[in-house]
Design a protein around this ligand. Structure first.
Ligand SMILES: NC(=O)CC[C@H](N)C(=O)O
Length: 325
């Protein structure tokens, strides 16, 4: 059988991180260039042909429009290139869910696109980077990974971009999926999908935006004051995501300020699991809010940015996009 051809787009992160010593705790992400990453991968004798391009060499806390735009363009070119069977994006774990979800919203279902990272730098004892990369290659080279949207491979799990979250600050099992858990298990030599591809023939949900509007996340807490909303508006936010308490709640004065704000408001939750539904304790119909459903604040912000960029600002129309999977 023909070896799959996989394009690696490197952005940095711990998978390219180095401490300079196996026993040093502090380290810097994005130190290992794509050529060195490819050289390490070559020693694993993975049954695939790789080529690589460097998009960035950063910790993903610094990722933003410049890198996302470059990634979208490179991935689109790779998807159109008959010589490429699948794409791997090496990425820091902190914002992997945001990058994966943004790309997921704007790419057509088709060839596998897989984000992968690591929790331990490349020179740490028991580093997980090459294991995860070998797993990602297994997925990106698998025909069964096509038409599932953008995927994230961490530890021995495959997650869909729409579900995945970084749910722990440390440890190699740091990623979880909500509401769906992993959709496959993977090792360098095995891959088991739990169900059929669910995006067969689905076009891109949104055109790639020309830029992303400013949308801020306000995290709720006991004693939160309404002036936080004023701060967001004064700084030019065109939309606000409430990382609310429980089912997207906040003190009454904050809800009033949000209702008075003349920008889109999406209620999500600071709680990691479970969805935020409409009209439970907050009257979304009355106040013109949108419920984020199962999207956590970071991904709700990405969707809200894309909606505003696409000219979709009516609350009912926005809600139906948040209801979609
Ligand atoms: N485990 C990691 O990748 C964290 C490193 C860095 N903060 C990043 O997100 O890129």
């Amino acid at each position: 059988m023909k070896r799959p051809r996989i394009r690696i787009l490197a952005t940095g992160g711990t998978i390219a991180g180095s401490a300079g010593s196996a026993l040093r705790r502090g380290y810097r992400p994005g130190q290992i260039g794509v050529e060195d990453l490819l050289a390490s991968a070559a020693t694993l004798e993975i049954d695939a042909e790789f080529d690589g391009r460097e998009i960035a060499a950063i910790g993903s806390q610094d990722i933003g429009w410049r890198e996302w735009d470059a990634l979208y363009r490179e991935i689109t070119a790779a998807l159109e290139d008959e010589a490429v069977d699948g794409v791997i994006v090496t990425h820091g774990t902190d914002t992997a869910e945001e990058t994966a979800f943004l790309l997921d919203l704007a790419l057509p279902a088709g060839k596998p696109v897989v984000l992968v990272g690591a929790m331990r730098p490349a020179d740490a004892v028991g580093s997980d980077g090459m294991r995860n990369l070998a797993n990602a290659a297994r997925v990106a080279g698998d025909a069964g990974a096509a038409h599932r949207g953008v995927l994230v491979v961490m530890s021995d799990h495959v997650f869909a971009a729409i579900d995945v979250r970084k749910a722990a600050t440390g440890g190699t099992e740091a990623f979880r999926g909500f509401p769906r858990g992993p959709i496959a298990t993977v090792t360098p030599t095995s891959l088991d999908w739990f169900g059929p591809a669910d995006r067969l023939g689905r076009p891109a949900r949104f055109p790639w935006p020309e830029s992303l509007p400013k949308v801020m996340i306000l995290t709720a807490y006991a004693g939160m004051e309404a002036d936080t909303v004023g701060c967001a508006l004064a700084s030019g936010a065109q939309g606000i995501v409430l990382a609310g308490l429980g089912q997207g709640n906040a003190p009454a004065t904050v809800i009033e300020a949000l209702a008075a704000a003349k920008v889109a408001v999406v209620r999500s939750s600071r709680v990691d699991q479970g969805s935020v539904d409409r009209n439970l304790e907050v009257d979304d119909d009355e106040l013109g809010f949108v419920a984020a459903r199962a999207l956590g604040p970071a991904k709700a912000r990405i969707l809200l940015q894309v909606l505003i960029a696409s000219g979709i600002t009516d609350p009912a129309a926005m809600q139906s996009e948040f209801d979609r999977r």
